[in-house]
Design a protein. Structure first.
Lengths: 209, 209
DNA sequence: ATTTGATTAAAATACTTGTTTAAATCAAAA
DNA sequence: TTTTGATTTAAACAAGTATTTTAATCAAAT
């Protein structure tokens, strides 16, 4: 063998990282293979040498993106040793950390989800299935005991809407509120405490069937 | 002149509507001019006869989409004759109506906003400027009087996050919660009352600097 | 009936882009 | 040193696609 090995990070990983960056930011159709090669600092022929086609490379990136985005969600909700409040707080914090580092991921996910091939649908269930059943069981229990009246749908919609939407809508929010990048960061820091508090208020207040 | 006139809706409008449908759903790069022509039931040459290029056609659609999406926001907030609670309720209801009819619009807007050319930035200010100053003035007043501690940034983020995000994230929410299209509609109907109520709770509770 | 401008049809053109190929180069392993 | 496989270089190839062109056709206005 020679310098760039198959296993370690070198070349194959360079290609994947360049592809991830461009695919995630611009989508499949708007990304050219030549751009990926240039971004990776490698030759175009290498793309087809390592991955057979643009489509195959994209599929790999897409699956990894899905796993990364949905994985976090599941991990925290599955932990039965924590109170619901604590779990919410951890999920919110984990997502704010995560999205600060990878701000383009959610929009990518939402775009891909719209095309909705069954391949993706299965992936979602696979990644989010266990946590979902656990969460729903507890929410429905709490509802029976009168602790909360918040339907699981609204719960998830509110949690994701309040936590990940600000990142998706960052350009819009910054324009509307005249917030600098630094101010945006500060607002997101505030949200680490505010969102769990708001969710708590919603769960106590009345909230749909 | 002949059958299809320039002024009335006929041909030019057919092209624009076909283009709007495809551009809004699939984006610029993934939309082919041939598809637009076919969708409009017209000859391909007509596209370049009426609009000079795919890009020019796209720009027109994009601007109209922006105006439509942001215009509603402004219209209701500018009305000083209403209480804040009433305005919130109207904006939420107007957006739920609007997004039920045009569910692909917000994702289109968010995608375009990411590329952020100054052309778009100006458009946002133009459409949303007046309502913004009006809204911010009142929110800051209310804050002084101790009526609310909710920062304008969080107010907008929450309002949009709770109202438009569910439509953007519909495929994700439906998968995670196993909700049918019919159930989704029902949840959105519930939100017409729930979201204004939640926003009200947030404005009374403590909320950021 | 003639004219006029919209519309179609069919192709040609030009450019972009995904993919492949063939021959060199180069670094390490044998 | 020889060999081996990764990497480069430079093209070529094959589709796909935006755009243009040219010559018909067609419906209404004159």
């Amino acid at each position: 063998m020679a310098k760039g090995k198959t296993k370690d990070g070198s070349t194959e990983e360079k290609i994947k990282e360049a592809a991830r960056k461009l695919f995630t930011k611009k989508g499949f159709a708007a990304t050219r293979t030549r751009d990926i090669a240039e971004e990776a600092g490698l030759n175009l022929a290498l793309l087809n040498y390592y991955f057979r086609s643009k489509q195959k490379l994209f599929d790999i990136i897409m699956m990894e993106n899905f796993r990364q985005f949905l994985g976090g969600m599941s991990a925290y909700f599955a932990d039965e040793s924590l109170t619901m409040e604590e779990r919410i707080s951890r999920v919110v914090n984990a997502y704010i950390d995560f999205l600060t580092e990878f701000p383009d991921l959610p929009l990518f996910i939402l775009n891909e989800l719209r095309g909705n091939p069954s391949k993706i649908a299965m992936k979602v269930n696979e990644e989010v299935g266990p946590a979902r059943s656990q969460l729903f069981k507890e929410l429905l229990n709490a509802k029976k005991e009168g602790k909360t009246a918040l339907d699981p749908f609204h719960f998830v919609a509110n949690l994701v809407g309040l936590t990940v939407f600000p990142f998706v809508g960052k350009p819009l929010l910054q324009r509307v509120t005249n917030a600098s990048d630094e101010q945006f960061r500060a607002y997101m820091e505030e949200r680490r405490k505010l969102v769990p508090m708001w969710i708590g208020m919603m769960m106590k207040g009345s909230g749909g069937s």
